[in-house]
Ligand binder design. Structure first.
Ligand code: PSU
Ligand code: MN
Length: 303
């Protein structure tokens, strides 16, 4: 462990680092009430943690607690995450520390920053943020995308959420120079859907992914990689139904003047209602599935 490590590590994560044991970093927004309603949020975290533990991989959830940057939480601290309602993206991190925020849940961008500062390489989430529809007018583009250019971390996700501008999201990632990979697929998945028809680069094995990470290091590019794992077929939602619900959510968002950081939690909640709750088990299934892939990669890297 670096003595000047700006991140407070849990006992277990510190031990894993000292012993060279595999670690997978996890965000915390998705496990708060902003990401999933209670008790599904606790269930989701529990299932991700057990997938990792079964593989001998140490889970490292990031958050801000009492103004401290944290990687890995103690079991007694998870309740604070489930009930938290302050979303911290990368621009909010220094403010959260400077102002001694009591509990902040980290988005993908903030979690990538923490993982990178702690020297970790593998991070797993449900869905990454992206270019919002109408971004040409609102300027709403998730900081998750830019964070992938700054932090040398693999981000495992089930694609960008279906309510985003997906072609715009892929275009921006290309402009930013971020490699976008598909796990055993050459089509960009969109969270609840396996195939959006948008082309990405297919990878078929853990070894291939790790070779790509190695090449980034060789070239000293210093940026991240987005690996997209499609939701398992049996958990996929009906595409037509989803698109209808999404269109309604976006209209509601506009009518109610929801903007900025509130957009994503608002749409996630409306989606759950609009799909009669079907989006929630799908969300749990894809998180668990992503964690399985991230776990294999972490084991390979640390073996
Ligand atoms: N996907 C989910 N639930 C979530 C998020 C994504 O199913 O809670 C969160 C992630 O933390 C992601 C963030 O980084 O939403 C993106 O928010 P924004 O669009 O404001 O950047
Ligand atoms: Mn946003």
């Amino acid at each position: 462990m670096r003595s000047n490590n700006p991140i407070r590590l849990s006992t277990e994560v510190a031990e894993a680092k000292a012993n060279g044991a595999p670690i997978v970093c996890l965000e915390s927004t998705v496990f708060s009430k902003l990401g999933l309603p209670s008790p599904s949020n606790a269930e989701a975290l529990e299932s991700c943690i057990s997938v990792l533990r079964e593989d001998g991989v140490v889970p490292a959830v990031s958050a801000v607690i009492d103004g401290e940057l944290r990687l890995g939480l103690e079991d007694s601290e998870y309740d604070q995450i489930f009930s938290a309602s302050t979303k911290v993206s990368v621009r909010d991190l220094p403010i959260a520390v400077g102002k001694g925020l009591d509990v902040g849940v980290t988005t993908v961008s903030a979690s990538l920053a923490i993982a990178h500062a702690a020297g970790e390489r593998v991070f797993c989430t449900g869905g990454i943020g992206g270019v919002h529809r109408g971004a040409n007018l609102t300027g709403d583009i998730s900081a998750d995308l830019h964070a992938l250019t700054k932090f040398n971390v693999l981000c495992v996700s089930a694609g960008a959420k279906v309510f985003l501008d997906l072609p715009g999201t892929l275009q921006l990632l290309e402009t930013l120079g971020v490699p976008v990979l598909g796990w055993q697929t050459d089509k960009f998945p969109a969270f609840y859907l396996r195939n959006t028809g948008l082309e990405i680069k297919r990878v078929d094995s853990v070894k291939e992914v790790v070779s790509i990470l190695d090449a980034i290091d060789l070239l000293d590019l210093g940026h991240g990689v987005l690996l997209n794992v499609p939701i398992p077929s049996e958990d996929e939602l009906d595409a037509e139904k989803i698109w209808t619900v999404i269109q309604k959510c976006i209209d509601e968002c506009e009518e109610q003047g929801i903007s900025g950081q509130e957009v994503t939690p608002f749409i996630l909640e409306r989606l759950a209602a609009g799909t009669e709750g079907e989006s929630i088990p799908a969300n749990l299934a894809l998180l668990e599935n992503n964690t399985k892939v991230a776990s294999q990669i972490a084991r390979f890297i640390y073996s």
